[in-house]
Design a protein around this ligand. Structure first.
Ligand code: SF4
Length: 239
């Protein structure tokens, strides 16, 4: 797996917000979100190939129980399941952050991670039509696969996080949840595990979206999730 960065910080989003964690950020993505906040893993991917044992050893040097495998799209590389197994072998807690559009060969959502954190990409995430590399079409074709999502939602523990910038985005989120209802595991699709997060990285933009999104989320029965890490550390790598 190609690794862009590996560092210790605090989880900034979702059910485990505030938890000290080691972040393993893979490089490479099958999508090209127009607002991607880690373009060094998608639009201009960087990083070094490391095998599962090397990654697990580097993580162990930080001495933290919680590990987050993120990206890019960490379920894209062929060795993703091996890396997950290595990261779980020490008995700690592994979160895998994925857009939920791909599953690697041999991956069993039941054992892949302790928490699967799924961030499906809405239609508004598409890059401009004139983007070189035919990325508008490729992004639109790849961003939503409800069969993959249904498999991931069968995992024992999951959360969903949608990046929302407009009321239209929130409405699309709610329609998508309705479409997935009944395809999740026996526990269904409880809305307390569904977060909506404001789109943006500039404080002014985050504040503007938060002002309407927080009450709208509450009214719709899903959870609002601040992007704590931007408030804590600013928008910069290694945090
Ligand atoms: S899925 Fe994530 S890493 Fe890939 S382009 Fe979108 S925001 Fe960036």
């Amino acid at each position: 797996m190609r690794i862009a960065e590996l560092y210790a910080s605090l989880q900034g989003e979702g059910l485990l917000a505030g938890t000290p964690s080691v972040f393993v950020r893979s490089s490479g993505c099958n999508l090209r979100c127009r607002w991607c906040d880690t373009p060094f893993t998608s639009w201009q991917p960087v990083g070094t190939e490391r095998d599962a044992a090397e990654i697990a050893a580097a993580v162990a040097t930080h001495g933290l129980r919680h590990v987050v495998l993120t990206g890019g799209e960490p379920l894209l590389p062929g060795d993703a399941a091996r890396v997950c197994a290595a990261l779980r072998s020490g008995g700690g807690h592994l979160t895998v952050e994925t857009a939920g559009s791909v599953l690697p060969p041999g991956a069993d959502p039941a054992t892949l991670a302790d928490l699967i954190s799924i961030s499906p990409k809405l239609a508004s995430s598409a890059p401009p039509a004139e983007t070189p590399g035919d990325w508008r079409r490729r992004h639109d074709a790849a961003r939503r696969d409800d069969d993959v999502l249904a498999l991931l939602l069968s995992a024992p523990a999951w959360q969903m996080k949608f990046v929302v910038g407009s009321r239209g985005d929130l409405d699309e989120t709610l329609r998508w949840l309705d479409a997935l209802e009944g395809r999740a595991g026996p526990a269904g699709l409880p809305r307390r595990r569904v977060f909506v997060m404001p789109e943006g990285v500039a404080p002014e933009r985050l504040d503007a979206v938060t002002a309407w999104l927080r009450p709208a989320a509450e009214a719709e029965g899903v959870r609002f999730a601040p992007r704590h890490h931007i408030a804590w550390f600013g928008h910069r790598r290694g945090t």
